[in-house]
Design a binder for this molecule. Structure first.
Ligand code: PEP
Length: 256
């Protein structure tokens, strides 16, 4: 982490877990565990229907609420979709786009991820843009090229001004929910390469300022080593974000 130039962010991705009525007890337990003052920005990305409950419970806890997906459309006849405007209106400050589970199960491609990131930026919501290679791509030594392509596509048409409100999350698919974490060296190598791509696209200053997170089985035990890497500015946490003590331990690990 380089706190001189960019902010540290720990974001939880609850996926399709928990319920709105479970948020209050979760937040009470989390509050007990979180350090004061908060060493980083803390975000919990919940299913959209739970965002109002998260905001109510997170107010005195300094935890921001985020969504996990958004429509690329502004409004209209798109049954089941949720717009960026609707997310902003209920108070979401962040939203994940391009998570590998959306890419895999909902066939989202890089163009769609780009359109969704733009839709969020239009409404003042910070997109947490996920990129990551499969195990096959890593084994074929395609990781850096593939990630560079994903980053370029996701940021296509996004201005330097807008980039300041974007977060990139490097999430190797083979590490998500598998208990198999990238080594600190592997994660740093890719996060450094992502910053290099952004430098080529926008120049040194914007690249230095963008927060890049690592995600993939980050937990209370491995967080400190991952977060000690110079180009890893935080984490996107799945499983461990559902346990208050573990999530708080990861937050504490940013304090180094
Ligand atoms: C994720 O879903 O973004 C994730 C990183 O999950 P996990 O931490 O469970 O691997």
């Amino acid at each position: 982490m380089n706190r001189k130039y960019r902010k540290a962010v720990i974001a939880g991705n609850w996926k399709m877990n928990q319920t709105a009525s479970g948020i209050r007890p979760f937040m009470d337990a989390l509050k007990e565990e979180l350090p004061q003052p908060r060493p980083c920005e803390i975000v919990l990305c919940t299913p959209a229907v739970m965002i109002p409950a998260m905001i109510r419970a997170g107010k005195d806890c300094k935890v921001a609420a985020g969504g996990q997906d958004v429509s690329k459309y502004e409004k209209g006849a798109y049954t089941g979709e949720i717009s960026a405007d609707q997310l902003a209106d209920i108070g979401a400050k962040y939203c994940i786009v391009g998570h590998s589970e959306r890419r895999q199960y909902h066939h989202e491609d890089d163009m769609l991820v780009n359109a969704k990131a733009k839709a969020l930026l239009e409404k003042g919501i910070t997109p947490i843009i996920c990129v990551g290679e499969s195990l096959e791509q890593r084994e074929m030594d395609l990781t850096i090229e593939y990630i560079a392509y994903q980053v370029k596509a996701a940021l296509y048409g996004i201005s330097a001004q807008q980039l300041r409100r974007c977060i990139i999350a490097y999430e190797p698919i083979w590490a998500i929910g598998t208990g198999r974490t990238a080594t600190a060296e592997q994660a740093q190598e890719v996060c450094e390469a992502i910053r290099g791509v952004i430098r080529k696209m926008y120049g040194a200053r914007p690249a230095r300022a963008v927060s890049i997170l690592y995600g993939g089985s980050m937990n209370a035990k491995n967080a400190a080593e991952l977060l000690a890497q110079p180009d890893i500015d935080g984490g996107l946490i799945g499983g461990a974000s559902l346990k208050p003590a573990d999530f708080a331990a990861i937050v504490k690990a940013t304090n180094q």
